[in-house]
Design a protein around this ligand. Structure first.
Ligand code: EPZ
Length: 423
């Protein structure tokens, strides 16, 4: 298992290029199942989660070719005839459940393993199931698999999600593109990755409006054609690297970063003393003074503060001036980074979904353990400003969602290297 070794090395300076969004690419790829014609994605990120989705689509009979070292993904599901998404693949990545809606819409049946829980929570699929049942799907759970079928095809429906689930919104929108009639999806998620998916589906001939609001209307069509679509910039990667100079000091330009994708996150940065300036090529970020101010954070659905940036913000608050309270409202167990930060000298009290962080002057390097994707990158951020050496173990979590993190941070002066360990 690889490790990443970081030594606090003072202020950062330089440019980091932002990759395509993992969470957009993971919903854009299953969209190929909706059409017999080729769908090509450009600006795709090179990540292990994308490779897992590639394996899944190939297991369903789709052709998936990657070019330009993975930045271009050319897919065709013309001959895709398998509709069973196997547990062995789905258990590795929850986003595999995004083939459910497209398989149902295209083939009229699907067998998709329940993803099972992961470290951040139980992550059930009840909202996906009730939305698809409202469109006429018959879905039953058997041996850990969702067995879904429609007799006569999906029908448009007026659906209200009990919670604005990102994945349930994506599955339902994709299914509705080929349903008979009109679907109105209320309390829909508004994340930029959903806007990106709809823009791609529209290029494929789908008739959709309202993306980015809480009500999306989809007029079903008989078939979708092929398209080429660039994956939107990754707002979570952008937010993550915006916090690097917040911890280590200096000034970093994020090429391709887009402030319009960051909702309430940028307001928080301003409150804690981080300046963000838009440039023609991206964003310049620098810490206003020697130390950031403590701020309170509540994670919410978009455009609120993203849950996927909570761990990274906690790392910044560990050496902020004052006390900050972080409330995690989206997942039931997303503070696993706290005990690891405490090993580095942070003062954090966790009670249920609330973490209270009392800023200290400096953290100290230590051996720490990555537990999930965003927790692992928060440890790297903390290490950038810590005294001495930090060794982050189990970095396979990191490689799921961050492309070449050691290269991108070294390029701005961080002392960071990957150490490949024998098993
Ligand atoms: C997406 O997951 C993202 N993943 C997550 O990013 C992100 O944290 C999450 O949205 C929230 O923004 C991808 O896009 C691939 P949800 P998703 O359905 O769709 C509960 C990362 O680090 N829920 O909006 O699975 C669920 O348990 C990952 O990149 C139900 O109860 O998130 C959770 O508590 C982590 N029943 C909450 O809703 C359901 O049927 C939000 O889940 C579905 C969800």
């Amino acid at each position: 298992m690889d490790k990443i070794v970081v030594r606090g090395n003072g202020p950062l300076n330089g440019k980091i290029s932002i990759s395509g969004a993992k969470n957009a690419c993971l919903t854009l790829m299953p969209a190929t199942l909706l059409s017999e014609e080729p769908l090509t994605l450009t600006n795709a990120p090179r990540l292990s989660d994308i490779r897992t989705m590639t394996t899944l689509l190939r297991s369903l009979g789709a052709e998936v070719q990657t070019m330009q070292e993975g930045k271009v993904i050319a897919m065709s599901s013309h001959d895709a005839d398998n509709h069973v998404a196997d547990y062995d693949i789905v258990r590795k990545m929850r986003a595999s459940n995004l083939v459910l809606g497209p398989l149902l819409a295209r083939h009229g049946h699907a067998v998709v393993s329940l993803p099972g829980g992961c470290s951040i929570g139980a992550r059930p699929m009840d909202i996906h199931v009730s939305a698809l049942e409202a469109m006429g799907a018959e879905i039953e759970l058997k041996d850990g698999y969702l067995h879904a079928k429609t007799s006569g095809g999906l029908k448009g429906a007026d659906i209200t999600l009990r919670f604005a689930s990102v994945g349930a919104t994506e599955n339902t929108v994709m299914a509705a593109t080929l349903a008979k009639g009109t679907t109105v999806l209320r309390n829909a998620a508004r994340e930029p990755e959903i806007v990106d998916l709809v823009e791609c589906l529209r290029k494929m001939g789908a008739e959709i409006e309202g993306e980015g609001t809480d009500t999306i209307t989809i007029q079903g069509v008989d078939r979708l054609h092929g398209a080429t679509h660039p994956v939107v910039a990754d707002r979570i990667e952008t937010g993550t690297y915006m916090l690097a100079p917040a911890i280590a000091g200096g000034e970093v330009e994020l090429i391709g970063g887009r402030i319009d994708l960051l909702g309430a996150f940028c307001e928080k940065l301003d409150a804690c003393g981080i300046d963000v300036t838009e440039t023609p090529t991206g964003l310049i970020v620098r810490r206003r003074n020697g130390r950031v101010n403590a701020v309170n954070v509540v994670t919410e659905i978009f455009p609120g503060f993203p849950t996927d940036l909570q761990a990274q913000m906690m790392a910044v608050m560990c050496t902020a001036e004052g006390v900050s309270v972080l409330e995690e409202r989206i997942f039931e167990n997303r503070f696993m980074h706290a005990p690891e930060l405490i090993r580095m000298g942070a003062h954090i009290d966790v009670h249920g979904g609330t973490a209270t962080v009392t800023g200290v002057d400096k953290l100290k390097g230590a051996q720490v353990m990555a537990t999930d994707l965003r927790a692992s990158v928060s440890l790297i951020l903390a290490a950038l400003g810590a005294e001495g050496e930090t060794v982050v173990n189990r970095v396979y979590h990191l490689d799921r969602g961050y492309e070449r993190v050691e290269d991108k941070l070294s390029a701005v002066g961080a002392h960071i290297e990957r150490v490949s360990e024998d098993e």
